[in-house]
Design a protein around this ligand. Structure first.
Ligand SMILES: O=C(CO)[C@@H](O)[C@H](O)COP(=O)(O)O
Ligand SMILES: [Fe+2]
Length: 252
């Protein structure tokens, strides 16, 4: 076979293989319960899972890393009892993420997503420690943090999920920062199969923009919690994002 035809065949096989892998990238919708009725969190978690949520995004704030307080591992442990099968993604907005790895694993967390800004002294050590517990490892960056700083960490293969904040962390119900999308694209172009999570101000009006940039884990608080029909909102957001991702992989 002439060399140019051979090369073409190889390129086509690679393209088919990589597009099949991109199709494997599942969109997951994770309601944030930050703006739910915090006095009735257990039932709110059940309500979200019954509405078809793929996972629950639990915002832990220590009043120091961010100017707000929510809850810690004792509450997470109680919630685990209410929704035994739900995947818990712990968004750790805390100044000392090393301190809560053991307690959160014990409480039933499935993924421990820490902030790069709070762990930059020993990011690799922290990621390794989380991995050793059996939890998945997420690393997040605030809007002002350049995404390049986490690239060495992503090359380590320790990271399951990159969290790109699309609001300043601390409060639900803020406005989505579309100018964070180049960060998502920058990660997706280098890591075709890593989970990329967006968080803050995401809802039916902008989920397509997030998926176009390459996000597949979609956190949405207010838009789902306050929806008259959370099942429909979750279904709609998942379908829109999955469609965008599948189309993108065909175009590649
Ligand atoms: O981590 C945070 C805020 O710090 C988020 O998880 C938000 O709480 C998501 O809520 P909405 O912005 O979608 O209302
Ligand atoms: Fe969050």
């Amino acid at each position: 076979m002439p060399l140019n035809r051979l090369l073409k065949t190889v390129c086509e096989s690679v393209r088919r293989f990589s597009s099949r892998k991109m199709d494997d990238l599942q969109v997951k919708i994770g309601p944030s319960i930050l703006n739910a009725d915090l006095g009735d969190l257990g039932n709110e978690c059940v309500r979200m899972m019954d509405s078809g949520a793929d996972y629950l995004h639990l915002d832990v704030m220590d009043g120091h890393f961010v100017p707000n307080l929510t809850f810690g591992h004792p509450v997470v442990k109680c919630l685990r009892g209410k929704v035994p099968k739900a995947f818990f993604d712990l968004h750790m907005m805390v100044s000392n993420p090393h301190a809560w790895v053991g307690p959160m694993q014990d409480a039933g967390a499935d993924q421990y997503t820490f902030h790069y800004e709070a762990a930059s002294d020993d990011v690799l050590g922290l990621a390794r420690r989380i991995k050793e517990t059996g939890m998945k490892v997420g690393v997040g960056v605030k809007p002002a943090t350049d995404v390049d700083v986490i690239l060495p960490l992503l090359n380590s293969d320790l990271i399951d999920t990159v969290l790109i904040m699309t609001v300043e962390p601390g409060f639900g119900g803020q406005r989505f920062m579309e100018d964070m999308m180049p960060k998502v694209s920058a990660i997706r172009s280098r890591f075709p199969l890593i989970n990329i999570e967006v968080d803050g101000g995401v809802g039916p009006n902008n989920v397509d923009v997030c998926a176009e940039a390459g996000a597949n884990m979609i956190v949405s608080g207010t838009a789902i919690i306050k929806s008259d029909d959370p099942s429909q909102t979750i279904r709609h957001m998942r379908a829109v994002a999955q469609d965008v991702i599948n189309k993108g992989s065909l175009d590649r």
